[in-house]
Design a protein around this ligand. Structure first.
Ligand code: ADP
Length: 332
């Protein structure tokens, strides 16, 4: 019997990408033997920015197919849609009461938008909805609902996890007992922030991603667009400041990485050659996943069934937890 619980989610705001894979999907799936695992599609989080219903449905299938293609076994792990577990929103309201507004003011996604507005001479809250502002509370509910012990995420989510812990501790302190399990993030040392085509963090929000399951030709085309400096072929190049190398090492073995490092330092290798090497190693490693993904995405009925079953099982757990909490706080 596995006692510890791991939980993580992905927003269906775009096609899952290499950053999602190394930051969250791969480490999360690696926990399946040791932990009770819950993986969800954060569809209510998505509507903060995604308002096209058809697109949202499409991306929900993408995220589900990605989890399954990457190795999620629905017999061993729970996979579900956030929106199908409405107890999440009961818990969100309870947590709201324990969340200082000042804490939300410091959330980096919100702060980044305020800063951008100020830079552009706009009202600080221009275009910011309450969904975005309170995002960390909904995320805390996603996690706390299942008594989660660890949350495999990328570094970008560390602050939100700290907020989840703060909120849980505020609840526990008020009622004088551990009503909520305080979770810890599980952040991979080497893959905590995967860099995108433009050198910033790879993110659907920045439109700088390499989707995991692009057809080979399109993937190659994108890889050729990765921003590099203007050094000539002959010059020795610094692997550690190179966007191409930072992606290459995610896929390469230690020996392959060392080989590539030597090629960079020696000079004589142009960016086209480095990018071609990246394409080849990625295509090699992703092609089986891609085939599985394409089969799955063509079979929506199967995905619907998996999500319906997973959501029903998740809901049973959620009903119990929220029922218990309601009694403890005096609303039942
Ligand atoms: P995005 O930023 O592309 O919208 P999500 O917010 O849906 O991605 O994140 C889903 C998971 O993937 C989270 O655990 C997040 O930390 C992780 N993740 C997203 N982008 C990266 C990245 N560039 N490097 C590492 N992990 C990432």
């Amino acid at each position: 019997m596995k006692h510890k619980i791991a939980c993580t989610g992905i927003k269906p705001t775009g096609v899952p990408h290499i950053g999602n894979y190394f930051g969250a999907i791969k480490p999360a799936l690696a926990l399946a033997e040791e932990y009770q695992t819950r993986y969800f599609i954060a569809d209510y989080h998505a509507i903060n920015s995604m308002r096209d219903p058809e697109e949202l449905r499409l991306r929900t299938y993408d995220v589900a197919a990605t989890w399954l293609a990457c190795g999620l076994d629905p017999e061993k792990s729970l996979v579900y849609r956030q929106s199908q577990v409405p107890e999440t929103f009961d818990l969100t309201l309870i947590l709201m009461a324990f969340t200082a507004k000042g804490l939300m003011n410091r959330a980096h996604a919100y702060k980044a938008m305020v800063d951008q507005n100020l830079q552009n001479g706009k009202d600080p809250d221009d275009g910011i909805n309450m969904g975005l502002f309170t995002y960390p509370v909904l995320m805390a509910a996603d996690i706390l609902l299942f008594d989660t012990d660890v949350v495999p995420v990328g570094r970008d989510q560390q602050q939100h996890l700290e907020m989840t812990a703060d909120i849980a501790q505020a609840v526990n302190a008020n009622y004088g007992k551990p009503l909520l399990t305080v979770p810890v993030p599980l952040i991979q040392e080497n893959t905590h922030t995967v860099i995108g085509l433009d050198g910033r963090k790879m993110s659907k929000s920045y439109h700088n991603t390499i989707p995991l399951f692009l057809p080979a030709k399109q993937m190659r085309k994108l890889i050729m667009k990765i921003v590099t400096n203007s050094q000539t072929i002959e010059e020795s190049k610094d692997p550690d400041s190179c966007n191409v190398f930072s992606l290459y090492r995610l896929f390469a073995s230690a020996e392959q990485t060392e080989e590539m490092r030597k090629l960079y330092l020696a000079g004589g290798m142009g960016w086209g050659q480095a990018k071609q090497a990246l394409f080849e190693i990625m295509d090699n490693q992703l092609s089986d996943f891609r085939t599985r993904y394409n089969d799955l995405i063509a079979n929506r009925d199967y995905i619907d069934q998996i999500l319906a079953e997973g959501s029903a099982r998740a809901r049973e757990l959620a009903v119990q937890k929220v029922g218990y909490l309601k009694k403890e706080i005096g609303v039942a």
